[in-house]
Design a binder for this molecule. Structure first.
Ligand SMILES: Cc1ncc(COP(=O)(O)O)c(C=O)c1O
Length: 377
């Protein structure tokens, strides 16, 4: 029985054309036309001034922190309900994360909790250097409310749109709201380059600096001279070729993932205790993963029962991300819950479920997932 994955790569067929171009020109080494063109295409798609394509989304967050001058002992605010990669670069820079809970309308950063975090930071006399806002599973956070707070305190935003490429918030592309936006092209994302990421911004100078930092911060000199600490983070010309072809089909992929979500929704919405991740008015999620919560008392089963039952049928399903304030790595970090004494993301973690959502999943495969869940009920 072929395994049904949570989200597997879905090639368009055009990838080989761009890879071949790189081979024909012998630009298989880093940089070349695919890198330049992928950066242009990505910026144009998101209506941004430019993009710097890198080896991963994590690298993009790391570079964004460097560009904002985050260093030893600085505070960085970050969404709690996310993959660890959103926050690891804070530690790379020797800075201190402060985690913010989710709120019910988007499952993303709670503006109320962010406000309290800023009030405390101001009272302590040390504002955070930046705020990393994550758009979980494709759903945009409450950008207007969060941006109003950050603007008031004059603290720049990094929008972690690793999971929300192709999503929209009030008609604008996800990832285009902060000083920097980041995307991931990891193998499980809505489009993939086999591994890669990007930094987008309207600040062209900052993007040039990103390219500089990502190429070992090599000064302009014929000999190898370095005045700053750099990284080996630039995307290769082969990898960027895959990205060019994948970007051409991004809108189709969004459409298909939304269809997958809708099929699950129609099949399971009336089950007691089943609650699907909301889509806030004015936003359009790419529905990277179909996520829902299962209330065990109402449903009579738990999220883990479903995950195990699907596992037995060789189907991959997962709980929702474990919030970062609950991770042993971040033990002792500051955390602001949505309401005082009430953490919303803990419940999402305890009850949450992500179903296979690949754009290449067949109708038959999706029916098998639905049937396995219904059989359990
Ligand atoms: C929310 C989020 N941020 C950051 C990343 C990091 O991206 P990458 O795996 O390309 O480093 C991912 C995915 O992996 C992610 O889901």
């Amino acid at each position: 029985m072929k395994r049904i994955f949570l989200s597997s790569p879905h090639m368009s067929g055009n990838e080989q054309k761009y890879i071949q171009e790189a081979f024909d020109l012998n630009w298989v080494a880093p940089l070349g036309n695919n890198v330049d063109q992928f950066e242009k295409d990505l910026a144009a798609y998101n209506n941004m001034a430019g993009a710097s394509v890198l080896t991963s989304g994590t690298a993009a967050i790391h570079i964004a922190l460097r560009l904002l001058g985050v260093s030893d002992g600085d505070k960085v605010i970050c969404s709690s309900l996310t993959f660890i990669a959103s926050a690891n670069p804070i530690l790379y820079q020797g800075a201190e994360p402060v985690f913010i809970d989710s709120e019910p309308d988007t499952w993303n950063m709670s503006p109320q909790a962010l406000e309290r975090a800023f009030q405390d930071a101001e009272a302590e006399g040390e504002l955070p250097k930046t705020v990393i806002i994550v758009n979980l599973y494709g759903q945009s956070a409450k950008i207007d409310e969060l941006k109003e707070i950050c603007d008031r305190y004059e603290v720049p935003i990094i929008e972690d749109a690793a999971e929300s490429l192709g999503s929209e918030y009030k008609g604008k592309k996800s990832g285009s709201f902060g000083k920097f936006g980041i995307y991931s092209f990891n193998g499980n994302k809505i489009i993939t380059t086999s591994g890669g990421g990007a930094l987008v911004s309207n600040d062209i100078e900052a993007l040039n600096k990103s390219r500089f930092l990502a190429t070992q911060a090599r000064d302009q000199a014929i000999h190898y001279q370095h005045s700053e600490l750099g990284y080996n983070y630039r995307m290769s010309n082969i990898v960027a070729g895959i990205g060019r072809a994948q970007l051409e089909v991004l809108d189709e992929r969004v459409e298909r993932r939304r269809e997958v979500f809708q099929n699950y929704f129609e099949a399971l919405k009336d089950q007691p205790g089943f609650d699907f991740m909301p889509e806030m008015e004015g936003t359009e999620s790419n529905r990277w993963l179909t996520a829902l919560t299962i209330d065990p008392e109402e449903a009579g089963i738990t999220n883990m029962d479903i995950i195990h039952a699907l596992g037995e049928e060789n189907i991959e399903a997962r709980p929702v991300w474990k919030p970062l304030h609950l991770q042993p790595l971040f033990e002792g970090s500051k955390y602001y819950s949505h309401k005082e004494g009430y953490s919303y993301s803990d419940g999402l973690f305890n009850y949450g479920l992500c179903l296979p959502s690949g754009s290449n999943m067949t109708e038959e495969q999706q029916n098998k997932v639905i049937h396995t869940i219904k059989k359990l009920l």
